[in-house]
Design a protein around this ligand. Sequence first.
Ligand code: ZN
Ligand code: ZN
Length: 409
Amino acid sequence: MDLNKNLEKYADLIVRIGLNLHAGDNLAIRLSEHSLPLARLVAKKAYQAGVGDIQLMFNDDVITLDRFLEAPAESFETYPEYLVDFTEKLFLDNHHVLSIIAPNPDLLKPADPARIAQWQKVAGMASKRTMKYTMQNKVKWCIVAVACPAWAEAAFPGMPEEEAMQKLWENIFLATRIDQEDPIAAWEEHDSRLKAHRKFLNEARFDRVHYKGPGTDLMVGLVKNHIWEGGCGFSEAGDRFFPNIPTEEVFSMPDADRVDGTLRATMPLSVRGQLVDDFHFTFKDGAVVDYDAAVGKQILDDLLKTDEGAKHLGEIALVADNSPISNTGVLFKSTLFDENASCHFALGAAYSENLEGATERSEEENRKLGMNDSVIHVDFMVGSKDVTVTGIKADGTEVVLLQDGEWMI
Ligand code: ZN
Ligand code: ZN
């Protein structure tokens, strides 16, 4: 594998397909030390594509962890308003946003979970104003990932660092189709396949979806006038972009008040730098009424307590088992990758693009229609070869959507 050549192709894919940058656009890049080589390539190509201004928003894992361990307690009680103002000003000035993550699934393990939960809540509340720019696709946004030693160690425990890094990069390039001769053509083809599933689901007008598998028997109502999305999205200005690279999901909006039954997660969940494993939820009338986890139960306790919406679902996503990501057989321990290898749900905020007319109604009106609202949006995986997913129409007609991990439609 030629890392430099692949990074060039990766940057190209991000600029042309991920964010579809062109003259008149500006760009904000969220990055860390590990993201720099890719960020530099992206920036160069972005300027060449006509981007006028690029702002860097830098984060460092070591400093982040030290803050949670050492900073005074009161500094976690308020979020600097000027940071929210700054981000909003960037969006209003036509900055689109690229997040180049280098996940460390265990980063905050030594930190106090209560402090993490509090900060999540404070930062989430303060950022609501800016979160809507991405949740409503007002701007173009894209999340991609790069390898880093901590992530490589989590994904390939026990392997020597250099070898693990190499293996992680290879799998990132497989999952993102960068390994293919022409990744851009591969993405166009992939997009049209996702669109075909999307079209079928949108025309079927299912009332609810049933999940059946080991430890899972769950009925999830869909909001009326829901929209299945998948593949590219479109910004407010009508520009095509891909919010996630990779993406394999076709997703819609569950009715936050019509979810009943039990589901068992099929993969561990890395949330806020902490791992939860071997867990299940029981829902009644849309709310989580019972749950347990063999690892990280306290993290779920805090998560579900964040606000009322944290106990309800905001996303239902269907993913086939036969995809470049699944076929790697790697448990990445990063949501961006693992959620695209498995059917999943999210607890918390729903995406307005999944409900007709959502952006024209108030939050309260949307909530009455079943659209969940929360400061969190946390995806967790429920799919596997053993889980059958069936769409059910209002008249009771049933259509098997996924069986043995494969699309049946
Ligand atoms: Zn999703
Ligand atoms: Zn999600």
